[in-house]
Design a protein around this ligand. Structure first.
Ligand code: SF4
Length: 465
């Protein structure tokens, strides 16, 4: 009997990546319009947990009006002899994956920023209580992560209780994040990789180091270490650093090798501390994004919850679209807020001396980590609303970027070369170029977001093969 036969909708990896539009949703839980939302995993001792228990603090789905968004929290408590505190972050991140396995449920983002949608179609099929979602989560967690011996789930929908728990959750996230602060990449021989988001961005891999927190802001180096120990075949795994290629940019031979393997050759190299050349890829779950402002030769940073336009007139959604998808896009760099607290934050690009704008909310959150001599020289949406105003602000406050302009004037005209030589390829005798591609030249075809159906696959051994 299938593990999910009593669940009225399908459950499986095939439903990951399903998008539910506003007009098709029965209800939204959390999401950008709700200030208070959270997901949290807490480890407990074995005798504190009633295995399989599902509780509610607030109304279940039928009590939530169709088409509305609602404050929402999910608390998962786990126990097991091998479970340690450092595993909480990674178990928590799996909520994203497992909710997305449920037909008609969509889960985006993480921690204090979650957005879940349930489709009308699945609701009508019988997925009309969160108890069923709880059942699925409990079964998946226990079957996939065998070190979880007991698990209980609480859904929080009462607005007052969500707000109360939100405050507690923020303190818990902060304590987790603080743990790796002060450690350096040089102190360790291994980093950790996370491929959890490859179902959305097949060429993306997060490289998690003591000084570079995962893009989603949910997994630290300690979390990676704890997970690799108990779930070595899982999506979070050890990466041996190997030879250092560039200490400022943060490039390592071992990391490059793993990236090449995991991205099926699409990404050749990654430099952890730059937004140019070979930047760390971004899936789409990043908490924030650094974006290059060519007019000022500087960076702005924006986070997911910023609803207005940034100083260059682009919204977070537009910047996010330009950045996401497991690509390396010069000047667009997905990041976690915790990474902004790292001494290696954009180190190869000038670090804080190159950052000129960010929303007030982020500035407030990381104020203790911004170099004091620069904090007042960086503008927010409260100071300026376009690039010209920003330029004047930076000049008036004496931001270090102004000196950089003096050294290398911005937007200097580049003289075009008098003649451009295009290399030609010699064809083998008798070879015919196909659509302009010379014979003898190898190329790779990458199909993105493609669904391929085949009735049969025939493998034939070629002579001499
Ligand atoms: S953003 Fe990175 S670390 Fe976070 S779940 Fe996705 S791949 Fe893993």
């Amino acid at each position: 009997m299938s593990m999910f036969e009593d669940i009225p909708v399908g459950v499986g990896i095939i439903f990951e990546g399903e998008r539910i539009r506003g007009r098709d949703m029965q209800v939204e839980l959390g999401g950008p319009r709700e200030k208070y939302k959270f997901e949290l995993v807490q480890s407990r001792s074995l005798d504190e947990i009633e295995d399989g228990r599902i509780e509610f603090a607030g109304p279940d789905l039928p009590g939530l009006k169709e088409g509305t968004n609602n404050p929402f929290g999910i608390l998962i408590e786990v126990a097991g002899k091998e479970i340690e505190k450092d595993l909480e972050g990674v178990i928590e991140r799996r909520i994203h994956e497992y909710v997305n396995f449920v037909e008609g449920f969509m889960h985006l983002n993480q921690r204090y920023d979650i957005q879940l949608r349930l489709s009308k179609k699945s609701y009508e099929k019988g997925l009309n209580t969160l108890r069923l979602l709880g059942e699925v989560l409990i079964r998946l967690f226990k079957s996939e992560l065998s070190f979880i011996e007991k698990i209980q789930v609480t859904f929080v929908t009462d607005p007052g209780k969500v707000e109360e728990w939100f405050g507690k959750a923020i303190e818990i996230y902060e304590a987790r994040d603080a743990r790796a602060r002060g450690m350096s990449d040089d102190e360790v021989d291994v980093f950790y990789g996370c491929s959890l988001c490859q179902s959305f961005a097949p060429t993306h891999l997060c490289v998690i180091t003591p000084q570079r927190y995962a893009n989603c802001g949910a997994i630290s180096w300690f979390d990676g270490r704890a997970t690799d120990k108990v779930d070595p075949k899982g999506p979070v795994f050890e990466i041996r650093k190997g030879e250092l290629v560039d200490s400022v940019k943060g490039e390592y031979e071992g990391v490059n090798k793993v990236i090449r393997d995991k991205s099926l050759g699409e990404i050749e190299r990654v430099q952890l501390y730059t937004a140019f050349g070979y930047p760390h890829t971004s899936c789409g779950c990043f908490e924030g994004c650094a974006f290059y402002i060519p007019e000022l030769d500087a960076f702005g940073v924006v986070h997911r919850n910023f609803r207005s336009e940034t100083v260059n007139g682009l919204s977070f959604v537009t910047i996010s679209d330009l950045t996401a998808g497991g690509r390396q896009v010069d000047g667009f760099h997905g990041l976690s807020i915790e990474y902004m607290r790292s001494p290696k934050f954009l180190q190869a690009d000038g670090g804080w001396d190159r950052v000129v704008w960010m929303p007030q909310e982020i500035k407030e959150r990381i104020k203790d980590f911004i170099l004091p001599e620069i904090a007042d020289k960086m503008a927010t949406e409260n100071d300026v609303s376009n690039i010209d105003e920003l330029r004047a602000f930076l000049e008036e406050r004496g931001h270090p970027i102004v000196e950089r302009w003096a050294e290398a004037p911005v937007a200097e005209a580049v003289e075009a070369p008098a003649e451009v030589t295009v290399p030609t390829l010699e064809l083998a005798p008798g070879a015919v170029p196909i659509q302009g591609i010379p014979a003898g030249m190898s190329f790779r075809i990458i199909l993105k977001n493609a669904r391929i159906k085949a009735e049969k696959m025939i493998l034939k051994l070629e002579k001499g093969g």
